[in-house]
Ligand binder design. Structure first.
Ligand code: HEM
Length: 504
C-alpha cells in the first residue's frame, strides 16, 4: 500500500506532466477564409442589401473568391469563382450534398419531404431517381411537347389579339401564366382555371418563392427570432403553407376520384402526368421507398417552384435583351425564319438546327441567371482552396457573380450570344463551372430538358411570328434591367412590348 501523501504526490506530478504536455503541444490553428469585419450578434448581415448576390460580389472584390461571413452567429462561406465552385460541386460534392434549412424552408417544403431540400441519403436518392428516370426523362419531356405547343399557340393568339387592338402586351404576366399552365397540365393532366383556384395557386407559389428567397435576421439570430413573429413574416409563412396544402389536398383527392371514373375525366389529358406516376408509386410502393401523400405534395411543390418562375424568368430576360439589342433580334429572326420557311408549327428537329437561338438562351442564362445563389452545407470538416471548413458550415456559391467573372468571360457585362457559337464554348449541364444556371454535381437540376424544350419553343415562335417594338415613346436605352428580390431574379418591373406585324 502506498502512503496517501506519496500517492497524492504521484498524482500531482502526473497531472503536472499532462498539463505541461498539453501546454507545449503545437496548436494547429484553423486556416479560415478572409472575412470582412463583423458586428456582435448581427455578424455581417448589416452589410447585405436586398439583392444579396450583388452584395456578395461587391464584398468579393475586396476579400476574394472564397470569403467567410457570419449570418448572425452562423458561419457562411461565399464562393465566387469557377475554380472554387468546382471544389464544392465536384471535388467535394459528397461532403456538400446537403442543403441548409431554415424554419421557413422546413415549413414550406413539408419538413424536407421533397427532393430539392431533402437531406442527402437513401430517401433523397430514390426520389431523385424517380424524378430523373420517370417524371422528367427524355421520353416524358417528348410526350409533353404537345402541351408546350398548345400553350405557345394560345400565347401567340393572346399577343395577336392584344396587338390588333393597338395595346402593348405584358410579356412578364403572359410568360408566368404560360409556364404555370404547362407545368399544371404536365403535373395534373389539365389546367386549373380561376374557379378552381389555379390563379391563386400561382400567386401562392410566387409568394412562397419570395419567402424562401428572403434572408431574415430572425432565422439566423436565435435571440432575434421574435422579430419574424412581430413583423408578420412567420404569419405569411404559415398562411402560404396552409393554403398550398389545402389546394394540393383537393387536387390529389379529385385526381384519385377521376381515376375512379368521375365525370371530371373529360377535362383531363389521356397521357400520363406527374401525379399519375406519383400516385402509382404511392399505391404500389414497389420502388423500395415508401411514398406517402405528404411526399407527393412536397414533390409537386418542388416541381411548381422549380419549374415555373425559373422558366418564365429566362423568357422575360431573353425578350428584354432582344428588345435592347436590335442586331441580335434581327439575326435571330433571320435564322428562325430561314429554317422554318413557311412552316407554322415548330418541331424539336427544327429547334435542333437553331444554333443562334441556343446561343441567345445560353447568354440569357449567363447574364440573367434565374437562381443566383446555390446553397449547400458541409457534412464533415473539409479543406476548400486550402482553407478549413468545419462541418455544419453553410456554403453559398454565387453563380450569378461567377457568370460575370472577368477571369472567366470576355466583356462579361455585355450581352453577346456570339460567345456561345464556338463549338468549344461552355455549356450549362454542370461540367463547366463558369456557367451554373442549373447547378452541378449530385444536386444538379433534373429539369434541364423540360425547361429548354419550353424556352426554345416559345422564343422561336415569338421571333418567327411577330416584329417587336417597345411601347410607344420608349427608347431602347430606357428599358430597365432592375431585378426583383426573391429566390429567382426576375424583372422588378413587368416587361411590356408591342407586336407590330404578324406573319401567320
Ligand atoms: C430555366 C429553368 C430552370 C432553372 C434555371 C433551374 C435551376 C435549378 C437549380 C440552380 C437547381 C439547384 C441545383 C444545385 O443546387 O446544384 C435546381 C434544382 C432542381 N430543379 Fe431546376 N431549374 C429549372 C427548371 C426546372 C424544371 C422545369 C423542373 C421540373 C419540372 C425542375 C426541377 C428541379 C428539382 C426537382 C430540383 C432539385 C434537385 C435536387 O435537389 O437534387 N427545374 N434547378
Amino acid at each position: 500500500m502506498l502512503h496517501p501523501y506519496l500517492l497524492s504526490l504521484i498524482i500531482s506530478l502526473f497531472s503536472l506532466y499532462l498539463f505541461t504536455k498539453w501546454l507545449l503541444k503545437p496548436r494547429t490553428k484553423k486556416k479560415l477564409p478572409p472575412s470582412p469585419p463583423s458586428l456582435p450578434i448581427l455578424g455581417n448581415l448589416h452589410q447585405l442589401r436586398p439583392l444579396v448576390h450583388r452584395s456578395f460580389q461587391s464584398l468579393g472584390i475586396k476579400y476574394g473568391p472564397i470569403m467567410l461571413l457570419h449570418f448572425g452567429t452562423k458561419p457562411v462561406i461565399i464562393i465566387q469563382s469557377a475554380e472554387a465552385a468546382m471544389e464544392i460541386m465536384k471535388t467535394h460534392d459528397l461532403v456538400f450534398a446537403n442543403k441548409p434549412h431554415t424554419y421557413t424552408v422546413r415549413r414550406l417544403f413539408y419538413n424536407l419531404k421533397d427532393i430539392s431540400v431533402a437531406p442527402y441519403g437513401e430517401y433523397w436518392r430514390k426520389l431523385k431517381s424517380i424524378c430523373v428516370l420517370q417524371l422528367l426523362s427524355n421520353k416524358m419531356v417528348q410526350s409533353f411537347h404537345f402541351i408546350m405547343e398548345e400553350e405557345t399557340s394560345l400565347l401567340i393568339k393572346k399577343i395577336k389579339s392584344c396587338s390588333s387592338s393597338g395595346l402593348s402586351v405584358n410579356l412578364s404576366e403572359l410568360f408566368m401564366s404560360l409556364t404555370n399552365d404547362v407545368i399544371c397540365r404536365s403535373a395534373f393532366g389539365r389546367k386549373h382555371d380561376e374557379a378552381e383556384g389555379g390563379k391563386k395557386f400561382l400567386m401562392l407559389i410566387t409568394e412562397l418563392l419570395q419567402l424562401v428567397g428572403t434572408i431574415s435576421a430572425g432565422e439566423f439570430i436565435p435571440c432575434l427570432s421574435w422579430i419574424n413573429s412581430v413583423n408578420g413574416f412567420y404569419t405569411r409563412v404559415e398562411k402560404v403553407a396552409k393554403e398550398v396544402d389545402c389546394y394540393l389536398d383537393r387536387v390529389i383527392q379529385e385526381h384519385m376520384n377521376e381515376g375512379m371514373g368521375s365525370d371530371e375525366t373529360d377535362k383531363s389529358e389521356s397521357r400520363e402526368n406527374f401525379l399519375d406516376i406519383l400516385l402509382k408509386l404511392y399505391k404500389n410502393n414497389d420502388t423500395g421507398v415508401s411514398i406517402d401523400l405528404e411526399n407527393i405534395k412536397a414533390i409537386i411543390v418542388d416541381i411548381f417552384t422549380a419549374g415555373t418562375d425559373t422558366t418564365s424568368t429566362v423568357l422575360e430576360w431573353a425578350m428584354t435583351e432582344l428588345l435592347r439589342h436590335t442586331i441580335v433580334m434581327n439575326y435571330l429572326q433571320k435564322e428562325v425564319r430561314e429554317i422554318l420557311k413557311d412552316k407554322q408549327s415548330i418541331s424539336g428537329d427544327d429547334l435542333e438546327k437553331m444554333h443562334y437561338l441556343k446561343a441567345v438562351v445560353k447568354e440569357t442564362l449567363r447574364y440573367h441567371i434565374p437562381i443566383p445563389l446555390l446553397a449547400r452545407e458541409a457534412s464533415e470538416d473539409v479543406k476548400v482552396m486550402g482553407y478549413d471548413v468545419a462541418a455544419g458550415t453553410i456554403i453559398i456559391t454565387n453563380a450569378w457573380a461567377i457568370g460575370r467573372d472577368p477571369a472567366s468571360w470576355d466583356e462579361p457585362e455585355m450581352f453577346k450570344p456570339e460567345r456561345f457559337l464556338n463549338i468549344s464554348s461552355k455549356n450549362f449541364i454542370g461540367l463547366d463551372f463558369e456557367l451554373l444556371p442549373f447547378g452541378a454535381g449530385r444536386r444538379r437540376c433534373p429539369g434541364i430538358g423540360f425547361a429548354m424544350a419550353n424556352i426554345e419553343l416559345v422564343l422561336a415562335n415569338l421571333v418567327q411570328k411577330f416584329e417587336w417594338e417597345l411601347p410607344e415613346g420608349m427608347k431602347r436605352e430606357d428599358l430597365d434591367v432592375m431585378e426583383q428580390l426573391g429566390f429567382t431574379t426576375h424583372r422588378k418591373n413587368p416587361l411590356f412590348a408591342e407586336a407590330t406585324h404578324f406573319y401567320f
